[in-house]
Design a protein around this ligand. Structure first.
Ligand code: PMP
Length: 980
């Protein structure tokens, strides 16, 4: 086994294993005794710590001797073996595991408290406190690397004084990725032990946290956010001190500087030893990236992770503000107002409207002016800590450890006041910078002032100001309280916003030179609110209040108490969605999830044209089909246009269930029979009659089998069904004849055969060739009616054709349509032949209070027009074919992908083992991991082992690539790679 100094062997003896450590002949015997004493101490005192325990030889000695073939005496130690996977082999490493690493390291430091030994105070190059020597290695570094090392070495020199005063203790000193053991649980792995105490030393305790972080963050996209759980976990068991956290940033880097220095030296001395070089390249990579992290921001983040106020002066600032309240009339003397009219521009707020409305500056300005008229004595303002979805520019995005992250949390207050309103200084101050922050949705004219009150520094920021007024100032200019500063800017010079002042407080400028973010990432909310205190604190009586983010668990609690328990929620940690936008659903924190689940939002979530059509008609009239209305006709015409001429009569309803319920009634009315043929695992709706023909329900949880008049035919699954491979259509269709014969044997006749055109709940199963053709012929011959359930697949989704049944060259007697046709609005339809319609019209009125109301019809019409005008059917074909092809290619890399199937943007990925066994748990894991990475996917099928892909049709090739990239990533994870 690998080792830097010792030769290590694993010895298996029956059920037990041991670690045999053979040291080099020159090894210091005292050092070996020290090592054994240390391990003994932990074995005896480290109650919750697993560590290798020393075992005595026959003479009771913990260090024995072995004479090798050449006559050399080698010191030998035997330790108990600890099972586990090495951290370096674990994939993925997520926050919970990082936290667990911190916990174990903290527990270990705690266990080592009180142990000491003279050799723990030796001179040692791996001791961070002694890292000054690394300067000697500098000439061995490449030219690119030298300044990186020097940057951290300089920082290290600067902290010597406070560093030397930090608390000391005996620490492990080498919590690296090859010394950490992880449990075998591949879904929720935990650190089980830290091994190899060879480097243990008496030094600053914080060094151990720095070392653990230095290795744990390798390969992470966002280093700082990977470090925080480690700090948090450590702090839980071994509370860290503020003065330690202040130096942690530099120490993390210095550990890596030692590592690369050692590597460079060893590379020269022993070019063949790969182990010595193992972490050199990744270490440089971390150093390079760590340098990009603001030291102050890291410091504040570490503080926040440990429960300290993020900024050390937060309390002092609050104290000062409480004694020095400001007035809004000082900021805006020309307005002469002291209070605000709060508005909600949050992601769930309705004032901004949909994407199109939000981007319509004139409209937003109009709304603000309207509000101003309603509240003439107040200033329209708000927004501190508001999660917003307004920022769609790419400049607000970055890649995080869990996928894409967007800045959404507003850190200042927006005052919506007219362009040209003068803004005055609230306090004496000095201009830090006055700039034109160019670009769409940037600040435009921006000034930051620095204020010094006693020994307290803070800053105020003024964004979206007129360029002319901002350019009058330059860095270093002084301004007195009450003095004129800027004028509120107009668009476009203000970064393209409706006129307002973005006003923000900061206790630190971090590393920003001529900008400071006004909007932060949700995962930095706690630390950013410490750095940017609530400006409302300044204007105590104004009515300004920070936005309170409602806790989704409150929503859940109410729901659990007062909504029916049969309603299910997706995901073990349910999502709270508050906004839709095209292919995205957006949660309460403004996080955008790429949606591959919701085929209901067919033309895109909240498609502006569809929204507008509904809004407009709703403002004018909403009644029912008992009056003539052109919208009803328009919708019916638009809908029938998509059908072959035989299907020419429409009945309008409100849900897919209602559509199928009506279709079944029609079938009964037209045939005079009750018996229905339906497909195994089929789902057709939630009404009594629909559940009665839905094997998915009555054969599933809580079901009690098929009702008397329902006859189920096998799932025509050519991949894992009872007939497999090509040419199975006739074989499966033969089961329909069997069931018809069975109905006949009961002295009855079939009323209908109901079947989806691609089986959705069944697991995205494409019907085999000729299946529908033969099935329809059989059913019709027996006098039955054929119903095509297009609730899931219809309206252009399958790409090649507008309706799924058209893929099979058949014409049903009745087609039921639901989900996509209303794009989220409850609208559904039954389209049938004239013959069926006629025999249903028995004289009994069919009245439906809501079905066919003008608002629904306006929406349905618009949906159909959008599909046509945006070419969404062709788009579904193009993007769907691309995605299917790429997924099929992935089968080569990941044998877990048993089958890829479907049409257009209605695809399925079936996960199976080598023996074709359904991999249900893997599908659940995959869906959950994809969600964590910001992509919604659902699972279904008889064995719930099929990933369904049925996104809004505006899903583009770039979204397909995003899905593919993330799928690949998750398929490579340990759990997905494990067999069985
Ligand atoms: N038919 C099929 C194929 C469906 O998937 C569904 C809904 N999942 C329905 C009918 C019922 O539609 P709704 O939920 O609108 O009543």
């Amino acid at each position: 086994m690998p080792g830097e100094l010792d030769f290590n062997f694993r010895i298996d003896a029956g059920k037990k294993s041991y670690l045999l450590k053979v040291s080099r002949p020159e090894a210091d015997p005292d050092y070996l005794v020290y090592q054994q004493a240390l391990l003994q101490h932990i074995a005896e005192l480290g109650q919750h710590i697993k560590s290798p325990a020393p075992l005595p030889d026959r003479q009771g000695k913990l260090v024995s001797e072995y004479t090798d073939d050449s006559g050399q005496n080698l010191p030998v130690r035997l330790l108990t073996w600890i099972e586990g996977r090495l951290w370096s082999s674990v994939h993925p490493i997520e926050d919970d595991l990082l936290f667990s690493l911190g916990e174990e390291a903290g527990r270990l430091t705690k266990a080592l408290e009180g142990f000491d030994h003279p050799l723990a105070r030796r001179s040692f190059e791996w001791d961070l406190a002694q890292a000054g020597w690394t300067r000697r290695a500098t000439p061995l570094f490449s030219e690119d690397h030298q300044p990186i090392a020097a940057y951290f070495q300089d920082l290290f020199d600067q902290i010597q004084e406070p560093y030397s005063k930090l608390r000391k203790g005996l620490v492990h000193n080498d919590v690296n990725d090859n010394n950490v053991l992880v449990s075998e649980d591949l879904v929720h792995p935990k650190v089980t032990a830290i091994i190899d105490y060879g480097d243990a030393i008496h030094t600053q305790v914080i060094n151990d946290v720095a070392i653990a972080i230095a290795y744990a963050i390798m390969d992470k996209t966002d280093l700082l956010h990977a470090a925080l759980p480690v700090v948090k976990g450590y702090h839980k068991h071994f509370p860290l001190r503020e003065e330690e956290l202040e130096l942690l940033y530099t120490l993390v880097a210095m550990r890596l500087v030692i590592s690369v220095s050692k590597s460079a030296i060893n590379r020269k001395a022993e070019p063949g030893n790969a182990y010595l070089l193992i972490s050199e390249a990744p270490a440089w990579e971390v150093l390079k990236q760590w340098k990009q992290v603001s030291m102050d921001f890291a410091h504040y983040s570490f503080r926040s992770a440990c429960g300290f106020a993020a900024h050390p002066r937060e309390a002092d600032f609050r104290h000062w503000v409480a004694k020095h309240p400001a007035k809004l009339s000082t900021l805006f003397p020309s307005l002469g107002k002291e209070s605000v009219h709060p508005i909600d521009l949050s992601v769930s707020g309705v004032l901004v409207g949909d994407r199109e409305e939000a981007n319509d500056l004139e409209l937003l300005q109009f709304k603000m002016e309207r509000l101003q008229k309603e509240a003439p004595r107040k200033i329209i303002a708000g927004g501190y800590l508001e999660p917003r979805a307004l920022y769609t520019s790419k400049a607000y995005d970055r890649m995080g450890n869990q996928g894409k992250e967007s800045r959404t949390i507003h850190l200042g207050i927006d005052f919506w006041i007219p362009a040209g309103t003068p803004v005055h200084a609230l306090f004496d101050g000095e201009v830090v910078f006055a700039v034109h922050d160019k670009g769409d949705k940037e600040y435009g004219g921006l000034i930051i002032l620095k204020h010094r009150e006693g020994d307290l520094d803070f800053y105020t920021l003024y964004g979206h100001q007129s360029l002319e007024s901002v350019m009058k100032w330059k860095a270093g200019d002084r301004i007195a309280k009450g003095e004129w500063l800027t004028y509120v800017g107009n668009y476009p010079e203000n970064g393209n916003w409706a006129p307002h002042l973005h006003f923000q407080l900061m206790l630190s400028l971090l590393d920003f030179q001529n900008d400071f973010p006004g909007v932060g990432y949700p995962n930095e909310l706690e630390v950013m609110k410490g750095i940017c205190p609530d400006p409302g604190l300044l204007f105590a009586q104004s009515g300004l209040e920070a936005y309170r983010i409602a806790d989704p668990s409150d929503t859940l609690t109410f729901r659990q108490q007062h909504l029916g328990r049969s309603l299910s929620l997706s995901y073990s940690e349910p999502l709270k969605m508050v906004r839709g936008d095209g292919v995205y659903l957006i949660d309460h924190m403004g996080r955008r999830y790429l949606d591959t689940v919701n085929n209901v939002a067919h033309v895109g979530h909240e498609h502006p044209r569809v929204v507008r059509a509904g809004q407009r008609q709703m403002a004018v009239l909403n009644t029912n089909t008992r009056y003539l209305h052109d919208q009803i006709n328009a919708f019916a015409r638009e809908l029938l246009d998509t059908f072959p001429g035989e299907l020419s009569v429409v009945h309008l309803v409100n849900s897919g269930s209602e559509a199928n319920e009506l279709a079944l009634r029609m079938a009964h009315a037209c045939t005079g029979h009750q018996d229905v043929l339906a497909v195994e695992v089929g789902y057709h709706g939630n009404t009594g009659a629909c559940v009665g023909v839905s094997s998915y329900k009555f054969d599933g949880k809580g079901g009690s089998g098929a009702p008397e008049h329902t006859h189920i035919v096998p799932l025509p699954d050519a991949f894992r069904g009872i007939h497999r491979g090509t040419g199975t259509g006739p074989l499966y269709a033969a089961h329909i004849q069997q069931q018809v014969d069975h109905i006949h044997s009961l002295g009855r006749k079939p009323a209908a055969f109901i079947c989806e055109s691609i089986l959705s709940c069944g697991g995205q199963i494409e019907l085999p060739d000729r299946y529908l053709e033969l099935a329809y012929a059989t059913v019709r011959k027996a006098g039955g009616i054929c119903i095509a359930d297009e609730v899931q697949v219809g309206c252009g989704r399958v790409g090649k054709t507008f309706w799924g049944f058209q893929l099979h060259g058949v014409i049903p007697d009745i087609v039921t349509i639901g989900k996509p046709i209303g794009n989220g609005h409850p609208l559904a339809a039954v389209v049938c032949t004239r013959e069926v319609a006629e025999c249903f019209a028995t004289g009994m009125e069919y009245f439906n209070t809501f079905g066919g109301n003008p608002v629904s019809c306006a929406i349905g019409t618009e949906v159909l027009r959008v599909i046509k005008e945006e070419g969404l059917q062709e788009h579904a074909l193009r993007v769907g074919d691309y995605l299917k092809e790429e997924l099929t290619k992935m089968q080569g890399e990941f044998p877990l992908i048993g089958d890829v199937r479907g049409q257009g943007l209605f695809l399925g990925i079936e996960l199976t083992g080598p023996d074709m066994s359904p991999q249900t748990q893997k599908a659940a894991y995959l869906a959950n991991r994809m969600k964590q990475r910001g992509i919604l996917m659902s699972t279904d099928g008889k064995d719930v082992n099929v990933m369904k892909i049925k996104p809004p049709l505006v899903f583009a090739r770039k979204h397909a690539d995003q899905v593919l990239e993330n799928l690949r990533r998750v398929f490579r994870e340990d759990y997905m790679q494990r067999h069985g």
